[in-house]
Design a protein around this ligand. Structure first.
Ligand SMILES: NC(=O)N[C@@H](CC(=O)O)C(=O)O
Ligand SMILES: [Zn+2]
Ligand SMILES: [Zn+2]
Length: 430
C-alpha cells in the first residue's frame, strides 16, 4: 500500500505540518521538511487545510429502485469528490430499506464500490407508511449494523409510534432521525409560507409545521430517555427550540443542509423547480438564524440531504416536480462560503460540524477522529483559496439537479483518503 507524505498541510487550518499516511493510519506528524519521504508519494499541500474526512448523516443514493437517478457507485464517487469518507444512505428507496436484507444489500454495494463507507439508514416504519414499526432490531444486528433510523421523506407523525421507536432503539444505542413535518399542516405545500408564497400563488409550508413536531419529539424523547436527531432544520423557530432543549441538557441533535445555509425563498420566484426542496428554502432571516445555530453549536451537523432526481422528475411545472437538490459535491464549498468566509466558524469548527459530530451521532467508528498519530487515515485536503464555477455536466452524480449551476463557489477538494488510500487526488477520482 502506498505511503503518502502530505507536505506542509495545515491540520484544522493551524500551523503547517508534514503528515505521513502509512498502513491505513496517520503514522507521523512532523515539522515541515522533517518527514522521511523515501519511497513515499509526496502530496504538496502547502496552503491546504487538512481535516478529518467528512461524514454525511443524510444522503439519498437511490439504489435500489431509482438507479436512473443515482446508484451507490455514482453517489459515492460524488461523495469522495466532495471530501466525504462516510455517508448515511437514506431508507426511502424502492424497496424501502426496512429489512435486514435491504440494508445489507446497500452496505455491500458500498463496500464493493470502495469510494467511501456507506452506512445504511433503516426505515422506522414498514414501507415508510407510518403504521407499524419496521424490524429495527434485525437491521441493527445485521452486517450493516444500522444505528440511524429514519422515515425521511415522511414524518413519523403518530406520537405513539414515535414513542415506541425511541424506546426500541435504546437497546442498541440507536437514534431516530425525524423528518419534522406535520402532514396536515403541509398538504399540497409548495414553498415557504409567507408574503412571497401569496404573491407567487404557491401553497405555503409554514414554519410551525416543522417546529411543532420538533417540540413534541423533544418532549417525547425526554420522557423516554432515548436519542433524537432532527433532519434538515430550516427555521429560526426550530433553532430557538433546539437551543432551549440543549440548555436544559436534553439529548437531541440536529442537522442543517448547506442549501438552507445559503439560499432563500426568493429563488422560488423564478419558478425553476431546481429550487424546490423539502423543507422549502426559507426567509433570509431564517438563513441567518441557521448560520448562527451552527456557529454556536445548537445545530450539531451539516448534512447534505443530497437528493438526486432524474431530469423528467425535476423539469416542467413547479407543482409537479420532485423536491430535492444535489449536495455532495458542493457541500464543503457552500459551508465555507456561508460559515468560514463570513467569520462565523473557523476550519476546526467546520470539521466538527462536518465530520466529528455527525460521526458521533451515527456511531461510526473510525470516522470523525482527530488528525493525530495512530488514528485511521480518513482525511480530506482542501484548497480554500481556489474558486470554481459549478458545471452540472461535470458532476460525478448521475443527476444534474444542482441549484448552483453557473455559480462561482470558493474552495476545492484536492484529495480524499479512506483508511490511507487516496480516493481523490489532484481533485479527480484516484
Ligand atoms: N429533501 C427533499 O426534498 N427530498 C428528499 C426527501 C427528504 O429529504 O425529505 C428526497 O428523497 O428526494
Ligand atoms: Zn426529509
Ligand atoms: Zn432527505
Amino acid at each position: 500500500m502506498t505511503t503518502y507524505v502530505l507536505t506542509s498541510a495545515r491540520p484544522y487550518g493551524g500551523d503547517p505540518r508534514d503528515v505521513v499516511l502509512r498502513d491505513g493510519v496517520v503514522a507521523g506528524i512532523t515539522a515541515p521538511g522533517a518527514a522521511d519521504t523515501a519511497g513515499a508519494t509526496v502530496v504538496a499541500a502547502a496552503g491546504l487545510m487538512l481535516l478529518p474526512g467528512l461524514v454525511d448523516l443524510h444522503t439519498h443514493l437511490r439504489e435500489p429502485g431509482r438507479e436512473d437517478a443515482e446508484t451507490v457507485e455514482t453517489g459515492t464517487r460524488a461523495a469522495a469528490l466532495g471530501g466525504f469518507t462516510a455517508v448515511h444512505a437514506m431508507a426511502n428507496t424502492s424497496p424501502v430499506a426496512d429489512t435486514a436484507g435491504v440494508v445489507e444489500q446497500v452496505w455491500r454495494l458500498g463496500t464493493e464500490a470502495g469510494w467511501c463507507d456507506v452506512a445504511p439508514v433503516g426505515a422506522v416504519t414498514v414501507g415508510l407508511q407510518g403504521e407499524r414499526l419496521a424490524e429495527l432490531g434485525a437491521m441493527a444486528e445485521s452486517a450493516a449494523r444500522v444505528r440511524v433510523f429514519s422515515d425521511d421523506g415522511h414524518c413519523v407523525s403518530d406520537a405513539v409510534l414515535m414513542r415506541r421507536a425511541l424506546e426500541y432503539v435504546k437497546a442498541f444505542d440507536g437514534v431516530i432521525a425525524q423528518h419534522a413535518q406535520e402532514p396536515r399542516l403541509t398538504e399540497g405545500a409548495q414553498m415557504n409560507e409567507g408574503a412571497l408564497s401569496g404573491v407567487l400563488g404557491l401553497k405555503g409550508w409554514p414554519s410551525v409545521a416543522e417546529e411543532a413536531v420538533i417540540a413534541r419529539d423533544i418532549l417525547l424523547n425526554a420522557h423516554v430517555g432515548s436519542r433524537l436527531h432532527v433532519c434538515h432544520v430550516s427555521t429560526r423557530g426550530s433553532v430557538e427550540i433546539l437551543r432551549l432543549a440543549k440548555e436544559r441538557g436534553l439529548d437531541v441533535t440536529a442537522e442543517v443542509t448547506p442549501h438552507h445555509l445559503l439560499l432563500d425563498e426568493q429563488l422560488a420566484s423564478t419558478y425553476d423547480p431546481v429550487y424546490k426542496v423539502n423543507p422549502p428554502l426559507r426567509s433570509a432571516e431564517d438563513v441567518q438564524a441557521l448560520r448562527e445555530g451552527v456557529a454556536d453549536g445548537t445545530i450539531d451537523a451539516i448534512a447534505t440531504d443530497h437528493a438526486p432526481h432524474a431530469t423528467e422528475d425535476k423539469e416542467g411545472e413547479w407543482a409537479y416536480a420532485s423536491p430535492g437538490m444535489l449536495g455532495l459535491e458542493t457541500a464543503l464549498s457552500v459551508a465555507q462560503l456561508a460559515l468560514v468566509d463570513t467569520g462565523l466558524l473557523d476550519w476546526a469548527g467546520l470539521a466538527d460540524r462536518l465530520s466529528t459530530r455527525p460521526a458521533q451521532i451515527g456511531r461510526l467508528e473510525g470516522h470523525g477522529r482527530p488528525v493525530a498519530v495512530g488514528e485511521p487515515a480518513n482525511l480530506v485536503l482542501v484548497d480554500p483559496a481556489a474558486r470554481r464555477t459549478v458545471d452540472p455536466a461535470a458532476l460525478a452524480s448521475k443527476s444534474r439537479n444542482t441549484p448552483y449551476a453557473g455559480r462561482e463557489l470558493p474552495g476545492r477538494v484536492v484529495a480524499t483518503f479512506l483508511r490511507g488510500r487516496a480516493t481523490v487526488l489532484d481533485g479527480v477520482l484516484a
